[in-house]
Design a protein around this ligand. Structure first.
Ligand SMILES: C[S@@+](CC[C@H](N)C(=O)[O-])C[C@H]1O[C@@H](n2cnc3c(N)ncnc32)[C@H](O)[C@@H]1O
Length: 198
């Protein structure tokens, strides 16, 4: 589901960049991944995360994707010229990724699963395109944050098939992910570094 005007304000601002820089730094510390690999980001928004991923992990190839083609234009404006060197942007649905099986060393998803009605299907897609032993970097929010009595009137999210900590963990197990590190606020959200069991 695409963002409405209110969430555009929430994600396209310098505070979010600061937060993502901190999160990606934490992820790097807990990951076992070398530079030069093939990386994918789903739900990349305007590309601020992709730029930080490139800086911190030095991938050989980074493809940043988003369901909303308008985000690609935003990314081209946000990251002009050299700033998007070695990043390819492509509009794609996280549920139907246009890549063969087992091609990526790492997949990143920041705040995107909770925008996808069939988020378990998206997890299966992420597992499909990751190499065995590949790393999935995840940041997600729980409904207490985005569907409480205030935010449900301002933000736009799918209403059915929502997940909190137990449902997410069960689905990660079913998609054969095991956690290397996680930081969770049970009623708010989670930051995690996961590995696809080979
Ligand atoms: C909350 S924003 C997060 C943007 C960015 N990752 C960040 O953390 O600032 C969620 C993003 O996911 C995208 N999105 C929503 N549904 C999607 C889907 N099915 N496949 C891929 N991207 C999707 C939206 O267009 C939006 O850019």
């Amino acid at each position: 589901m695409k963002l409405n005007w209110a969430e555009m304000l929430v994600v396209n601002n310098p505070l979010r960049v600061f937060e993502q820089r901190f999160q990606i730094g934490w992820m790097k510390k807990h990951a076992r991944i070398s530079s030069g690999g093939s990386f994918l980001e789903i739900g990349c928004g305007r590309g601020a995360g992709a730029s930080i991923i490139r800086e911190k992990f030095s991938p050989g190839f980074l493809c940043a994707t988003d369901l909303d083609p308008k985000m690609m234009n935003r990314a081209l404006r946000y990251l002009p010229g050299q700033k998007r060197k070695s990043i390819s942007f492509c509009a794609a649905d996280g549920l139907y990724l246009p890549f063969p099986d087992s091609v990526f060393d790492a997949v990143f998803g920041f705040g995107v699963l909770h925008h996808i009605p069939d988020w378990q299907g998206a997890l299966a897609e992420i597992a499909r395109v990751l190499k065995p032993g590949g790393t999935y970097f995840l940041e997600e929010l729980y409904p207490t944050l985005y569907q409480n009595f205030i935010t449900r009137h301002i933000l736009l999210h799918p209403e059915e098939n929502r997940f909190c900590s137990p449902e997410l963990k069960e689905a990660l197990d079913s998609a054969f992910f095991t956690a290397r590190a996680s930081f969770e606020l049970k009623f708010a959200g989670i930051l995690a570094v996961l590995e696809k069991v080979s």
